[in-house]
Design a protein around this ligand. Structure first.
Ligand SMILES: *Cc1c(COP(=O)(O)O)cnc(C)c1O
Length: 407
């Protein structure tokens, strides 16, 4: 094994920027220095042209009108703008929002803030496979409900929610529908209008574009949706998001969208085969290995697996000099907490702590996957060989009597 080899299987955390994207961005750092808001000289016009073109490339990717794209600093800001912006704009209609326990923190923490501002938020449970229950969703709607926010695809498990069915429920009850589609846009077909989504948040750096730029799609017709600005200033982006536009970032985002539109089908096909190889080989090599989340409704490049009786953070230490993945534990100031997403799926602390997320990407090769298979097989075997719990399990001792204490 090459000791200097570095394998990146953490593409759900962020993706490398595609070299074609870097190339498209370069002129906008120096050669085209203008501010697109400078309407009275060619420098400004050139920058504006770059932004306009990117807006079209991005709109084409999700099949919307370029006027419906509001640029932000990323998906976190887009989520904040959608949730708080709708809450403020539609205050006279109601104060109730419905979302889901497995949402990204950008949504959950925005909802917490909204509760402090007098809003009422319902956090739906998910089923064991990570999907929401549509009957529970419909039953949660009241005459005060203004917005339903459900993510397109989950960042930890890759599970894809039934967007069309949720959209139909929203339509039936006259409720706005928002989706954090950060993990889906550019990887699978995302067409918000076709499924009745009125607000869609996404980010360049999860689709081979640069960090620090994202967008919110806001439906302009039938219905005309408005959000109250959360950042005030010069009235950029149709008054919904002030601030000088990140021109190189936006140009790169546009290029990333164009590439994704052309290549996502072939990327998805290639990556799902590699993902399936990774999964099936690990399941074959290692007993007591489980896949978390629905395997029929999920992103093609992601798998979240639990290796029972192996602590995920410790497992990662056996290979993290050479390979990046993500564990189902989150470091808080005091302790290691199991992922709230996996807990919401009903995983016990032990299985949540023993989980690893592999997220493949455009630049993942079969050799990378073979390396991962080898590293995980060795790492898990090594950890289990050292583990008294594993020994007891092999001897048939009932382990349910032990409480997990991973701290
Ligand atoms: C990464 C991510 C975000 C945050 O996006 P940023 O552009 O980094 O702010 C929000 N939601 C989901 C589902 C994500 O995966």
């Amino acid at each position: 094994m090459d000791k200097n080899r570095k394998i990146y299987l953490d593409n759900n955390a962020t993706t490398p920027v595609d070299p074609r994207v870097v190339e498209a961005m370069l002129p906008y750092f120096h050669d085209i220095p203008g501010n697109p808001a400078s309407r009275n000289h060619p420098f400004g016009w050139a920058a504006e042209e770059g932004v306009d073109y990117a807006r079209e490339q991005i709109a084409n990717l999700i099949n919307v009108d370029p006027k419906e794209i509001i640029f932000t600093s990323g998906a976190t800001e887009a989520d904040n703008l959608a949730l708080k912006g709708v809450f403020e704009m539609y205050a006279s209609k109601g104060n109730h929002i419905i979302t889901c326990k497995t949402e990204h923190k950008a949504v959950l923490d925005s909802c917490k803030k909204i509760e402090k501002m007098g809003g009422v938020v319902t956090y739906l449970d998910v089923k064991e496979d990570g999907l929401i229950d549509l009957e529970q969703l419909e039953a949660a709607i009241t005459d005060k409900t203004i917005l339903i926010s459900v993510m397109w695809a989950n960042n930890e498990t890759g599970v894809i929610q039934p967007m069309k069915e949720i959209g139909d429920i929203c339509k039936k009850h006259g409720v706005l529908f928002m989706s954090d589609a950060t993990q889906a846009v550019g990887k699978i077909s995302v067409d918000p209008k076709a499924v009745g989504v009125h607000l869609l948040a996404f980010s360049a750096h999860k689709m081979y574009g640069p960090k620090g730029v994202g967008a919110l799609f806001v439906n302009r017709k039938n219905p005309r949706v408005k959000v109250t600005a959360q950042i005030d200033g010069g009235g950029h982006e149709r008054g919904m998001r002030s601030g000088t536009l990140n021109v190189p970032g936006i140009v790169g985002f546009g290029k990333a969208a164009e590439i994704a539109r052309n290549e996502m089908a072939q990327d998805a096909e290639r990556l799902s085969k590699l993902r399936d190889k990774l999964e099936s080989t690990l399941m074959h090599n290692l007993e007591e290995t489980y896949i978390n989340g629905n395997v029929d409704h999920r992103m093609p490049h992601v798998t979240n697996m639990s290796f029972k009786h192996v602590e995920g953070e410790g497992l990662m230490m056996t290979f993290n000099q050479n390979m990046a993945v993500s564990s189902g534990s989150a470091c808080t100031s005091a302790s290691l907490e199991p992922s709230y997403v996996l807990v919401a799926l009903g995983l016990g602390d032990d299985l949540a702590h023993s989980s690893i997320r592999f997220s493949l990407g455009r630049f993942t090769t079969e050799e990378d996957v073979d390396f991962a298979i080898d590293a995980l097989t060795k790492g898990v075997t090594h950890m289990r060989d050292l583990s008294p719990i594993w020994e007891m399990y092999k001897e048939g001792v009932d382990l349910t009597i032990f409480e997990w204490s991973g701290h």
